[in-house]
Structures are given as C-alpha cells and as structure tokens.
Design a protein around this ligand. Structure first.
Ligand code: EPU
Length: 338
C-alpha cells in the first residue's frame, strides 16, 4: 500500500484548483484498493475515490484519503452475431477507450468522444453528449461493495440511469466503488447524427462516407471549438445540469421568451438549455479575478489560473440566484463539490 502525506491536488483535478490531500494513494489493483479501504476504516478517515478528476471542485483541503483509481485494462470479453462486449477497467481514460473502439470498429460510443474523465466515472453520472448516453451501450459493471468487500455485478436495470444520474449518485451513494464497465457495442453501426451540429460539421469536413471514425472526428471538432481544453483553461465541463420544467413552467417561459431552446423530454416535461439561460443573464465571458464563465459556452465555469474553489463556487451561487430571479428556474450543480 502506497500512502503519501500532504499531496497537492492541482494535477488531479481538471479545474486546476490548489488544494491538498491529507493522505493520497494511487491504487492499480483491487487488492491495493481493499487495503487502503481497510486502512481508512481502521483509522476512521474519510476517503474520496477519484478518476480523472474532471467532475470535481475542491473548495477546501481534503482531510481524509484521496484514492486515485488506476485500475487498467481493456479487452474484448465476448461477441455474438450483433455485438462486441468490451470490458474496460475503471481507471482507463474514457477517450482512450473511445479511440480503442473506433480503431477496432466497435460502434456506439463515437458520439461520446473527448469527454474528459475515466471509465469508472462514466456510469455514475451516465455521461452523455450529442444524442447518446452511456446507458445506450451499457451492458454491465462490476463494483466493490465497501461494507462486505465483495464484488457485485450491476446490469443495465440495476443502475437506474437517468439524465446525468444513476443509482450510484442516489440510494447507493458512497456504498460501491466501480471496478470495471462492460459495453455492448454494435457490429453494424447505426449512425447517430440527428444532433444538428454533427450533420453540419460532417458536411463541412466534406467526407464522402459516413463512418464511426468520421463521426468521432466531427464530435472532436465541435467540442474543441466551444469547450475549453482543461490542459489550457481549468474547467469541469458543464457546471450545471440542464434544468427540467413542467408544462406550466414551459408555457410561461415560451410566452415570454419565444426563442428559448428546449430539448424534447418525457412525460410532458421540458429540458431547457442552461447555457442559454446563463447567457441571457449576461454571464457569458464574465470574469472576476481568475474565476469566470467561458466565452464560448456559458454552461462551463473556468479557472483562468489561480482561482480558488471557493471563488468558482461563489460565482456558481451568484449565477444560480440570478437565473432563479429572472426565469424562476432552479439550476442544479452537476459538478461534485468537495
Ligand atoms: N446555448 C446558448 N449559450 C451558451 C451555450 C448554449 O445559447 O452559452 C444554447 C445553444 O445555442 C443551444 C443550446 O443552448 O441552443 C444547447 O447548447 P449545446 O448544444 O452546447 O449543449 P448543452 O445543453 O449546453 C449538453 C451537455 C454537454 C454536451 C452537449 C452536447 C449537459 C449539462 N451538458 O450541453 O455535456 O456535450 O449537450 O450534447 O447536459 C458535460 O456534461 O460536461 C457536457 C459538456
């Protein structure tokens, strides 16, 4: 077991926030993970499992143990007439898995290209982009039950996936650690280009055939054109979820703001574009010290260098309040506040 004291966390969170972990441990086997968990139980230290650190905002130093999940490995574990079953360890980088699948012609996650973060974090919030969510390709995952120390299998229905939600963020929060995820990927691709921007980008790229590689490239181009690269400007992707309102709420908004963008949703509920709401309130491009609201996508809060977690958090509170005053819509943070 490798334990380090007072470790700076800046390299381990894509927001690039300065904070320290009282204890830090990188684990690359399930045995190491169990040892660190035992140690934390014996000492009564809290712990936090991190992957790519792309959905975290540290607002203070962490007084317990940060456990960095570095379980590695990707393999084809099964196939049938229609599908490839690809198992990836939780510590693999998500985009590396996407590239691996494209290289091998396993179709289904090309629309999820360039999402920062690790494989293990993907099911927790059912990552999604450009009309596809993890749940659409999910087969099963293995997770460590931290109370019994047993490894358990979760099938699709067990995970209760929703929009940026799963059972691991709700009833089972803090009770399991994802070890690996198996995806069910198509042998015959069904291209998903209904998300407007993809079609436009494919046309602009002027490709003569539709392929998962070209769709992935289109997604990469769109993302890099409007989302800041965390290696250059600290950020954690969308800071808030897109809010969902009921029919009454939607009718009021559309009568006042006829051009308000809305995503189709189920059961007479409507998903609004938080980025649009935030832009309408004038926050896009806002900067106070090094904390800001991205110039090209208002849903992304950014650290221009030396912002503290608290400064980013306070900015998010101001934005939340302002959106509520103007639109009577409650924004919910998507990023985990630590
Ligand atoms: N919009 C604005 N101003 C802005 C940003 C957006 O008016 O500053 C408008 C756009 O014009 C568009 C609508 O809002 O009409 C939606 O914008 P966009 O297509 O950029 O998507 P989003 O709803 O802002 C969501 C996900 C992203 C994902 C994209 C593409 C959430 C919280 N975010 O963003 O996911 O990449 O759709 O599918 O659902 C993430 O979760 O970190 C993330 C980046």
């Amino acid at each position: 077991m490798n334990l380090q004291k007072n470790v700076p966390l800046k390299p381990y969170n894509t927001f690039g926030i300065e904070a320290t972990a009282a204890i830090f441990s990188a684990v690359s086997t399930v045995e190491e993970l169990r040892e660190v968990l035992d140690f934390s139980k014996q000492k009564n230290f809290p712990y936090l499992i991190i992957g790519g650190g792309s959905n975290l905002l540290f607002t203070k130093n962490y007084a317990g143990i940060i456990i960095k999940n570095e379980l590695k490995g990707i393999s084809l574990v099964n196939e049938d007439d229609d599908f490839f079953y690809v198992k990836a360890a939780a510590g693999e980088e998500w985009h590396y898995l996407v590239l691996y699948c494209i290289e091998n012609n396993y179709a289904g996650i090309e629309n999820l290209s360039l999402i920062p973060g690790s494989v293990g974090a993907a099911p927790l919030q059912n990552i999604g982009a450009y009309g596809v969510e993890l749940k659409d390709v999910f087969f099963e995952l293995e997770a460590l039950n931290i109370f019994t120390n047993n490894i358990e299998i979760f099938k699709l229905n067990d995970c209760v996936f929703g929009y940026r939600e799963s059972i691991f963020k709700k009833e089972l929060k803090g009770k399991y650690i994802v070890l690996n995820v198996t995806l069910k990927l198509n042998k015959k691709p069904t291209f998903n280009i209904k998300y407007g921007a993809i079609e436009q980008e494919l046309e602009r790229m002027n490709f003569n055939e539709l392929s998962i590689k070209n769709i992935s490239q289109a997604v990469v181009n769109i993302r890099t054109s409007k989302l800041p690269n965390p290696k250059e400007i600290g950020n954690a992707g969308s800071f808030f979820k897109n809010p969902v309102v009921d029919e009454d709420g939607y009718k009021k908004l559309i009568s006042q703001y006829p051009s308000i963008p809305v995503y189709p949703n189920v059961d007479k509920h409507y998903k609004l574009a938080a980025g649009w709401l935030i832009e309408q309130c004038g926050w896009k491009g806002f900067r106070k010290n090094d904390a800001g609201c991205h110039t090209k996508q208002a849903l992304v809060l950014v650290n221009y260098g030396n912002a503290t977690g608290k400064e980013i958090y306070d900015l998010s509170t101001e934005i939340k309040q302002n959106i509520f005053e103007k639109f009577a819509v409650e924004l919910e943070r998507e990023v985990n506040i630590i």
